[in-house]
Every structure is written in structure tokens, then in C-alpha cells.
Design a protein around this ligand. Structure first.
Ligand code: OGA
Ligand code: MN
Length: 301
């Protein structure tokens, strides 16, 4: 059966029909998914409930796997990170649940990760390579809220004032792993923790290789603009984010169990939305690194 993409928004995002991600993907389907991703930036697949192992295998068919972002959590104060609930380091547990499957304490470290996910961001923009695709699978959902929103940074760039476009040309922003947490007031990190993730810089205006369109590469990990004072740079970043996240550039996904959504972190920002954290919410995320196979370190899975 052929794959078909049904647009969900005037500018980006489509629902894919005719693909079962639980079966090994023929090369023609892999190619069609990349093509759909390049055009729509986010693809939604329904009824794809699968085990973590299958999600890892399927993601491997789409690129080079990134290890879970647990490293960020591991350096938090002196807590040790529990083994991932999914059983695989490459399958991140995006949930508010403890090892027994019960919602964690409000004040826990894990809650903080969920809260930081509610700020607009591009996954792993704080490291090189950053993330290419994120694949998020819904397992358990709360009775209210907990949607995920997506924003097309190509459309946002296109709509910028030409004067601002010219001003942004050549500017770079510094992205830092702990910045979104510090923004939320979680700032008790040791020197050792800070040193694990050296900040990285990315141009604010980049070209999306898959669509050859320019885009704004910003989000909650961006903490300053090179060559500007911190306040001036931060205000510019806040202004750009406010412009980019206008409702006309945003698509909201309301989850059903078994939904799998893929987004391209190179041109899409995302954020989770509020829910009552005393109710379980469980999703699982796999991620590909923004490198091509040929550039992957030998032995990379
Ligand atoms: C993520 C993320 C948002 C959500 O998994 O990378 O930001 O709605 N998730 O859970
Ligand atoms: Mn994320």
C-alpha cells in the first residue's frame, strides 16, 4: 500500500496513512518518510503502539541513533539516574512515572524535566551534533491537557521584516544544556555539572537541507547572542520566539494512545502543554543525531 500525507495545517504538518511502522520498512517507505519530513516538518502516524525495541529498530532505519538525554538529568545535584524505564538508553522515558509506574513527587527531578519540556525548544540544540528527528510515541495519557505543540521556523523566518532578516544574517546564538532549567529557577548545579555540557553556538539563521528554506534556529536552550550584551541578546531571542510562536505558525497535537509523531528539530520547535501531574502521562522518545551515516563514528548503532 502506498504512503499518503494528509496536511493538518496550512503551512506544515501532515498525517501519514498506509504505513505500519511496526513492520520493517522497505527502502521506498523510508524514502517517502524522509520526503514527507522535508516538506511537512512533522508527520503524525496513528495506531502504532510498539515495544521500545521496535521503536529503536525503526528509528535506526531513519538515521543514526542519539543516546538518551539522560545525561542532562544525571548531573543534577548528587542524584544518581535510575535506569531508564524503557530498558534502552536510546529510548527516552518521557513520563512522570517512577520505576513502579506511579506518578513521581511534584518536587522530583523528573517533574522538572517535564516542566522544561513545556518551553519551546529544539531537542539537543545544546550539543553538536544536535538532534535531527525526534520520534515520540504515546503510551498513557492524562484525562485533560498534555498536548504537544509544534512551530514551523521556516514559515516564521519567511514572515520576518526584511530589516530584521538583514540584521540577523551572520549572527550566532549560544545554546546551553542547563539554561532552560535555570530559566525555571532550578539553578543548584555544581561546577562539575556545568562543565559536562560546554555551550555550543549555532547561526540564528540556518538553511534546512531538506527543503532549502531558511529558518530561525532558536528556543529555550539559546541563552545569548554572540557580540551582544546578555540582556540585548536575550531580548532579541525572546522577540524572535514571540514572533515565531504566533498561532498561525503553530500546530497542536492532541494525543491518542499509539500515536507516533516525528518532527524535524532542524526546522521545528516544540513544547509540551500543561496537565495534572498527579495523573500518569507516558510517552517514549527516540532521536536521530543530525549527522549522516557516513559521518557516524565507527560502531555507532
Ligand atoms: C520531548 C518533548 C514534549 C511533550 O519529548 O522531547 O519535548 O509533550 N516532549 O512531552
Ligand atoms: Mn523535546
Amino acid at each position: 500500500m502506498g504512503i499518503s500525507c494528509v496536511p493538518l495545517h496550512p503551512l506544515f504538518a501532515a498525517e501519514v496513512r498506509g504505513v505500519d511502522l511496526r513492520e520493517p520498512l522497505p527502502p521506498s517507505t523510508v524514502a517517502a518518510i524522509h520526503e514527507g519530513m522535508n516538506r511537512y516538518g512533522i508527520l503524525v502516524f496513528h495506531d502504532q503502539a510498539m515495544e521500545p525495541l521496535r521503536q529503536r529498530e525503526m528509528t535506526r532505519q531513519l538515521g543514526v541513533l542519539e543516546l538518551g538525554f539522560g545525561r542532562v538529568v544525571a548531573v543534577h545535584r548528587d542524584d544518581a539516574r535510575p535506569p531508564p524505564r524503557t530498558g534502552y538508553a536510546e529510548v527516552a522515558d518521557i513520563s512522570n512515572l517512577d520505576a513502579q509506574g506511579a506518578p513521581v513527587e511534584r518536587a522530583s527531578r523528573k517533574t522538572l524535566g517535564n516542566l522544561a519540556n513545556q518551553l519551546w525548544h529544539s531537542d539537543s540544540s545544546f550539543q553538536k551534533p544536535s538532534a535531527r528527528y525526534s520520534l515520540l510515541l504515546a503510551v498513557q495519557l492524562p484525562s485533560w491537557g498534555g498536548d504537544t505543540e509544534f512551530c514551523d521556523m521556516r514559515a516564521a523566518y519567511d514572515a520576518l521584516d526584511p530589516v530584521l532578516k538583514a540584521e540577523l544574517e551572520g549572527l550566532e546564538a549560544e545554546h546551553y544544556a542547563l539554561h532552560s532549567r535555570i530559566l525555571l529557577g532550578d539553578d543548584e548545579y555544581s561546577e562539575a555539572a556545568h562543565s559536562i555540557f560546554p555551550p555550543v553556538t549555532w547561526p540564528i539563521v540556518r538553511t534546512h537541507p531538506g527543503s532549502h528554506r531558511k529558518l530561525l534556529f532558536i528556543g529555550a536552550h539559546a541563552r545569548r547572542v554572540l557580540g551582544m550584551t546578555v540582556p540585548e541578546g536575550r531580548l532579541l531571542l525572546m522577540d524572535l520566539l514571540e514572533h515565531a510562536t504566533q498561532p498561525r505558525f503553530v500546530h497542536r497535537h492532541t494525543w491518542r494512545p499509539g500515536d507516533l509523531v516525528i518532527w524535524d528539530n532542524r526546522c521545528i520547535l516544540h513544547r509540551g502543554r500543561r496537565w495534572d501531574m498527579s495523573e500518569p502521562r507516558e510517552l517514549r522518545r527516540t532521536t536521530t543525531a543530525d549527522i549522516d551515516e557516513a559521518a557516524a563514528p565507527a560502531g555507532a548503532s
